[in-house]
Design a protein around this ligand. Structure first.
Ligand SMILES: [Zn+2]
Length: 245
């Protein structure tokens, strides 16, 4: 895990990872119109967070385009608006979980499909054990989130987990760094895909409890999430160097 000589250096690092997260989410097809957001807690003013500028395609987001939003929903840095749902959900998740640095939510297709079933993820593969006993279901749907009270309920459903499935809506993941939150989102959406395929084809064999718990401590550890993000980060920075502008 990286260490920083100053808070300014750490802020820049978080912003670069965040901008890269958007480029990657675009590649994975996670963007749905203007829905979807990833946030990074600011290391200097920790009750504020960085988020994508409203209406800018994920594929175009540069580090310098990111905006910083305070706990009242005011943009305190940057020249764009903030998505209201992004503020209502992410402000409450960051407030409820001081350990959370990064949070990601989009309307990815496989996440949406699992959310429509009101299911959680079963321990059917090694990768999905990252979420074993470590994700929950927000078992309600009340329209587009435009109220911080709804954000509070989502944060409550998330609890101490790394992810929550929002019924009839999509996935939300969190991490102790932006890298982790983005990686958990990518691998969770793929695990939703795997579960849908396996259940459509037959009856999946479940990994037993003890082994699922053991594997969770391996592939689901924060350091594993951080490490898994690094190849994706290196790829996007080499392919699209303007992401760091
Ligand atoms: Zn949403």
């Amino acid at each position: 895990m990286p260490e920083f000589a100053s808070l300014d250096e750490e802020r820049l690092h978080r912003k670069q990872r965040l901008a890269a997260g958007f480029r990657l989410f675009s590649k994975f097809g996670f963007e749905e119109g203007v829905a979807g957001h990833i946030t990074a807690r600011d290391p200097i003013e920790s009750d504020t967070f960085w988020v994508n500028p409203f209406g800018v395609p994920f594929a175009h987001v540069r580090t310098s385009d990111l905006i910083r939003v305070d706990h009242k929903g005011e943009v305190v840095e940057g020249n764009f608006h903030v998505n209201e749902a992004a503020f209502c959900i992410h402000s409450q998740v960051h407030a409820a979980r001081p350990d959370v640095i990064g949070a990601a939510h989009t309307h990815s297709t496989y996440g949406r499909a699992i959310s429509a079933l009101g299911e959680t993820l079963e321990p059917i593969t090694q990768d999905v054990t990252a979420f074993y006993d470590d994700h929950s279901l927000f078992d309600d749907y009340t329209g587009v989130v435009t109220d911080i009270e709804e954000g509070k309920r989502i944060a409550h459903a998330l609890g101490e987990h790394k992810a929550v499935i929002l019924r009839n809506h999509g996935l939300l993941t969190v991490g102790h760094c932006v890298d982790e939150a983005v990686w958990w989102f990518v691998t969770m959406d793929r695990s939703c895909n795997a579960q849908l395929l396996a259940e459509a084809a037959g009856t999946p064999v479940l990994i037993d409890h003890d082994m699922a718990e053991l594997t969770h401590n391996q592939v689901g550890a924060p350091v594993s999430g951080y490490a898994s993000f690094q190849p994706m980060y290196q790829t996007i920075v080499r392919d699209e160097p303007d992401v760091l502008d």
